[in-house]
Write a protein that binds this ligand. Structure first.
Ligand code: AMP
Length: 454
């Protein structure tokens, strides 16, 4: 039952700033890498909440006209990255609803593993769902808990959830941020000249010139209103298990998450990868952009020259339409092109962060050989991705994950590389020591319930 709808997302919320919607818009722009499918912003003018949403990229959705309609000094926003078919507007967030305790907007990053179970139960009791998003389950649970106090309702609802949630909630006069007890997805707190911001990654703070205060702790809920900022830990305590793949691939290298600089972690992964390697080659090149920082580490450690042997077109969107069927399928070529002058006649090490289905690596190896590479050695700055993620990173089922169905040697043959080496799991863990990270995608050790990944 893994053909369910899956999300990776970015969130941002601003409190007590008259430019709230504009600041959230800029934050979503900085978080575009966390979701390109659609985005939305909801803003409170302390009486009512207005929402604008759309499909596509942040800059394309929000015209000046739309932003001008979003007046108020509290706002939350969301970037969505849905990966299985369902990409309709009704699944974009924030979701704004009126419940017993008042009007409320929600924006959610992460995946709730018991959402289906809860949803079935709610439907049996007569609940109606408008979308296939997990977040609507949260809304129903909050509405149903019928506590006088909205905060009590939120705590009661969230306590029933298993899995990952970095969640922003907005009422007429409050901004609330919550991280699930395992702290799987990031959430940071920043201070603006006027007011506060909560957002997925610190790179958003830099753009809007907010100062980073700290990360929201796993299991922490912060409530920001005119009385200031209050922090509570309302959930049963459990060991934090932040997602290691945020560091490997998903977060931006200029962000600081889970107590570490993403850049520094990624560079260490490259250093480790080189320490575990003894290949002889002339140069090392990254698969841009995902492999760049690890390649710097690899180059530094191995002494091998770093070159940009592949160039990336940064303007390829997810909606690219190939112009005609008479022109052959472009595949990865539309995004990456080798630099013949760098590659020709060389023994090349090429570094990427991960192999999922193997299609990208296979095409890259072919491309490099066509550009005259004498040898192509593929290096991956994480262990083999053999298990799907249930907590918000888009990975396919086990049968589509090449590392799940093939040995490393079989994978090497498939991608037609001269050699293939992955970072070891111990090596990975040495690079990220501050927490006992979730590494289920590599180890199958899921921190919630038993999943077999099928
Ligand atoms: P594949 O062709 O299926 O093996 O995909 C591998 C490529 O996808 C690598 O270049 C990765 O950087 C990238 N990648 C890995 N995980 C994800 C993800 N969750 N979402 C989008 N791209 C990813």
């Amino acid at each position: 039952m893994f053909d369910k709808f899956h999300e990776e997302c970015g969130v941002a919320g601003v409190y007590a700033n008259e430019d709230a919607a504009n600041l959230v818009y800029l934050s979503l722009y900085a978080l575009q890498h966390r979701g390109q499918e659609g985005a939305g912003i909801a803003v409170s003018n302390r009486n009512e909440i207005a929402t604008e949403k759309g499909m596509g990229l942040v800059a394309d959705i929000f015209s000046q006209e739309k932003l001008d309609r979003l007046t108020g000094d509290i706002a939350i926003g969301h970037n969505r990255y849905a990966t299985t078919g369902l990409s309709e507007l009704q699944n974009t967030q924030p979701i704004t609803v009126t419940i017993n305790a008042g009007v409320m907007s929600l924006a959610h990053n992460g995946n709730i593993v018991n959402a289906d179970e809860i949803k079935q139960e709610l439907v049996k009791q007569g609940a109606i769902f408008n979308s296939s998003s997990d977040t609507e389950v949260v809304v129903h649970l909050i509405a149903k808990s019928k506590k006088e106090d909205l905060l009590d309702s939120i705590v009661t609802a969230l306590s029933q959830l298993k899995g990952a949630f970095s969640l922003l909630l907005m009422t007429n006069d409050k901004l609330i941020g919550v991280r699930d007890p395992m702290g799987m997805r990031p959430l940071v707190l920043g201070k603006l000249k006027n007011g506060y911001i909560l957002t997925s990654e610190s790179c958003a703070l830099d753009l809007i010139e907010a100062t980073m205060v700290r990360e929201i702790e796993p299991g922490e809920m912060v409530i920001i209103d005119d009385d200031g900022l209050k922090s509570i830990f309302p959930f049963e305590k459990t060991a934090p298990r932040p997602c290691v793949f945020e560091h490997i691939y998903f977060a931006r290298p200029d962000s600081f998450i889970f107590g570490n600089s993403v850049y520094e972690v990624r560079k260490r992964l490259g250093v480790k990868l080189a320490e575990e390697d003894d290949v002889e080659a002339d140069l090392v090149i990254p698969v841009p952009d995902s492999g760049v920082v690890a390649t710097l580490g690899y180059s530094e450690k191995s002494g091998m020259a770093f070159q940009m042997g592949l160039m990336r077109n940064h303007y390829v969107g997810r909606t690219f339409i190939e112009p005609s069927q008479s022109i052959r399928h472009f595949g990865v070529k539309i995004k990456l092109n080798p630099v013949r002058e760098v590659i020709e006649g060389k023994r090349v090490v090429v570094v990427d962060d991960s192999i999922v289905r193997g299609t990208t690596s296979r095409k890259i190896v072919k491309m490099l050989r066509e550009a005259g590479a004498k040898e192509v050695h593929m290096r991956i700055s994480s262990p083999p991705t053999a298990f799907p993620c249930f907590y918000g990173i888009d990975t396919p089922t086990r049968k589509e994950l090449i590392a799940s169905t093939h040995t490393i040697e079989e994978t090497r043959k498939y991608i037609t590389a001269d050699s293939l080496h992955y970072l070891s799991i111990d090596g990975l863990m040495e690079c990220v020591q501050s927490y006992d990270y979730c590494h289920a995608c590599f180890s199958g050790a899921y921190p919630t319930m038993h999943h077999n990944g099928d």
